[in-house]
Write a protein that binds this ligand. Structure first.
Ligand SMILES: Cc1cc2nc3c(=O)[nH]c(=O)nc-3n(C[C@H](O)[C@H](O)[C@H](O)COP(=O)(O)OP(=O)(O)OC[C@H]3O[C@@H](n4cnc5c(N)ncnc54)[C@H](O)[C@@H]3O)c2cc1C
Length: 285
């Protein structure tokens, strides 16, 4: 099913992001976690496409499995990295042939150490160019990414929103945000984006902090800021893993409740292929 069709009947969607397990042991672990998460009947699930296209085969195998064997509405992430028009045509024809109807279309990051994204000749410079191409040549429901605290390469949020407008009008059906911890950034962003004339759904992407070690990793990885209240709380439990976990989960539950009460059209959960935190949070919503 196309997620755009799901929007007609579902005012809010609840969805999970996975990444392809890297070996057989992680695959067993993944199966157990997906089993737990299926109890929550997610609206859809998404599967990432490793940096530089490194997981292409595993991403394609996993979306095929989740869509066709498990019966979940599955979104395949796909990036412009190394994507010539000929390759895109081949890859998307394959995804269509295994009943994938939904794509998350992204530019991807420059390789580690590079500051600038360089597309292959006959490739795409921005996600918007890939989206236009897919819109003209295929019949997928198309999602894209947005950054409520601005994309790291943009000078300002206004510049980023102007580029987002081009991206959405290239044929996007909905947006999912980069992870964030402070809802005020989400609400301010939605206001600005609506003022700019972008009307599609903007689904908040949420991740729970379940250990102190994660904080540094998340902020470094995404540039997102951690609110002082959460940081102080976690710092005070630094040496107690159970209390840190509980404080992180409690914060995420409050964060999700406030987002939904403020009109967010659902929650997209970055599961990191784990189920325990997601089950606790979703059951309490
Ligand atoms: C929900 C989500 C899922 C993701 N999944 C993956 C994944 O599976 N695999 C992966 O490798 N990465 C993934 N990423 C990361 C993403 O690939 C990077 O953040 C990448 O740097 C930007 O991708 P984008 O599609 O947002 O790019 P774009 O929309 O192309 O934007 C990139 C930069 O270019 C600017 N820009 C855009 N259009 C123009 C224009 N016309 N003129 C000038 N500047 C412009 C933007 O403002 C921005 O600064 C994901 C991110 C999110 C939020």
């Amino acid at each position: 099913m196309k997620i755009s069709d799901l929007f007609v009947s579902e005012e809010r969607t609840f969805s999970f992001e996975f990444f392809p397990p890297k070996d057989e042991i992680s695959a067993v672990d993944f199966g157990i976690n997906v089993g737990q998460l299926m109890r929550l009947s997610p609206s859809f699930v998404t599967v990432t496409y490793g940096a530089g296209g490194s997981t292409q085969d595993r991403t394609f195998n996993l979306v095929d499995y989740l869509q066709n064997k498990i019966g979940l509405t599955t979104v395949a992430h796909y990036t412009c990295v190394n994507a010539t028009r000929e390759k895109v045509e081949r890859d998307l024809q394959y995804l269509g042939s295994v009943n994938i109807e939904n794509l998350m279309l992204l530019r991807g990051d420059p390789p580690t150490g590079d500051t600038k994204f360089i597309p292959p000749s006959d490739g795409f410079r921005y996600a918007s160019e890939l989206i236009s191409y897919v819109d003209e040549n295929f019949d997928f429901c198309k999602a894209g990414a947005c950054y409520i605290e601005k994309h790291p390469e943009s000078f300002s949020i206004d510049e980023d929103i102007a580029n987002l407008k081009i991206k959405v009008s290239s044929g996007l059906d909905f947006l999912i945000t980069q992870l964030f911890f402070d809802n005020k950034h989400y609400f301010n962003f939605v206001k600005k984006v609506r003022k700019a004339g972008i009307t599609c759904r903007i689904i908040p992407g949420i991740i729970p902090i379940t250990s102190y070690k994660q904080i540094e990793r998340f902020t470094k990885m995404s540039g997102t800021k951690i609110p002082a209240e959460l940081l102080d709380n976690l710092e005070s439990y630094k040496d107690n893993a159970i209390k840190t976990y509980q404080a992180g989960i409690d914060y995420t539950i409050r964060q999700c409740k406030e987002l939904l009460a403020g009109g967010a059209p659902g929650i997209h959960f970055y599961t990191l292929n784990k189920s325990r935190a997601a089950v606790e949070i979703f059951e309490s919503l």
